[in-house]
Design a protein around this ligand. Structure first.
Ligand code: B1M
Length: 214
């Protein structure tokens, strides 16, 4: 077994004891972000499939998520960082009713490492909190994340509320239950400024942010 295979298996098994050693070994061959995107997220994909088909119970999914978080936290200091002035501010949140935050936190890490200021509000954020933060922080963009199907509806409702309050800050939407079509049709229609974009992954989020501030 290679360290790469062991890392994938550790996510599936929720086995974080001694994971640092495997991460160190893997880092001799791959940059930290590649380790996350390839081997760790591969494991999470398996977890999602097992859970979705009823072959894995929730407490074990939680162990996998914790293992993922431990690994990402260990790798984070080894990532390349862009120094210098902050290029712009984004307010990030997982929407109301949704606790999934691994994807959102990856977006945070990647944007932060690329010189943006990220105000990460956390999980289960009502739209009022998101709007307040966007105004207070003078955000250049707002990023909403959510993995549940019902979160896709909440995102659209949030945009309607933002329209009612006259906001026109660009909004990025991400999360596994979204589709590009839903974002570009239903969500764009819900937001008067029309400035809504779909982010398939964290790098998409980075591209969108770069387009907004430059
Ligand atoms: Co939950 N869960 N979960 N879960 N969970 C899913 C989402 C699910 C698809 C699993 C399944 O059934 N196959 C399913 C949703 C089904 C649906 O809505 N139709 C589900 C369910 C049902 C639930 C509960 C309801 C289970 C229950 O209680 N019975 C419950 C919900 C609680 C709640 O939110 N109120 C629940 C709970 C949990 C845990 C707490 C155990 C744990 C989360 C821990 C945590 O996040 N702290 C968990 C996990 C781990 C998952 C799966 C297995 C993995 C999610 C993950 O972290 N993926 C997930 C299965 C799946 O997604 N297929 C599942 C890795 C992560 C990096 O990917 O977040 O998609 P992701 O982020 C990607 C992109 O989407 C994008 O970039 C990231 C990197 O590429 N992205 C953005 C995301 N946000 C972005 C924002 C951006 C830009 C890009 O800019 C703003």
């Amino acid at each position: 077994e290679t360290p790469e295979e062991r890392l994938t298996q550790r996510i599936v098994d929720g086995d974080r004891q001694g994971i640092e050693q495997d991460l160190d070994e893997a880092m001799q061959k791959h940059p930290p972000l590649d380790i996350i995107n390839n081997f760790l997220l591969d494991g999470m994909k398996v977890v999602g499939e097992l859970f979705g088909s009823g072959k894995m119970q929730l407490p074990f999914v939680l162990q996998s998520a914790e293992t993922m978080k431990t690994a990402v936290a260990y790798l984070e200091p080894f990532m390349e960082k862009q120094e210098g002035q902050e290029k712009g501010t984004i307010v990030l949140a997982t929407v109301k009713g949704d606790v999934h935050d691994i994807g959102k936190n990856l977006v945070d890490i990647i944007l932060t490492n690329n010189g943006y200021r990220v105000v990460n509000l956390g999980i289960k954020q009502p739209v009022t909190a998101i709007i307040e933060a966007a105004q207070k922080e003078k955000a250049d963009a707002v990023g909403m994340s959510g993995l549940l199907v019902k979160s896709t509806v909440i995102m659209r409702e949030n945009l309607e509320e933002m329209t009612r309050l006259g906001l026109d800050v660009p909004v990025f939407l991400g999360g596994a239950a979204l589709t590009r079509k839903y974002v570009e049709e239903d969500c764009v229609r819900a937001y008067a400024s029309g400035r809504v974009a779909y982010a398939r992954d964290a790098f998409d989020g980075l591209d969108l942010m770069a387009r907004v501030v430059n």
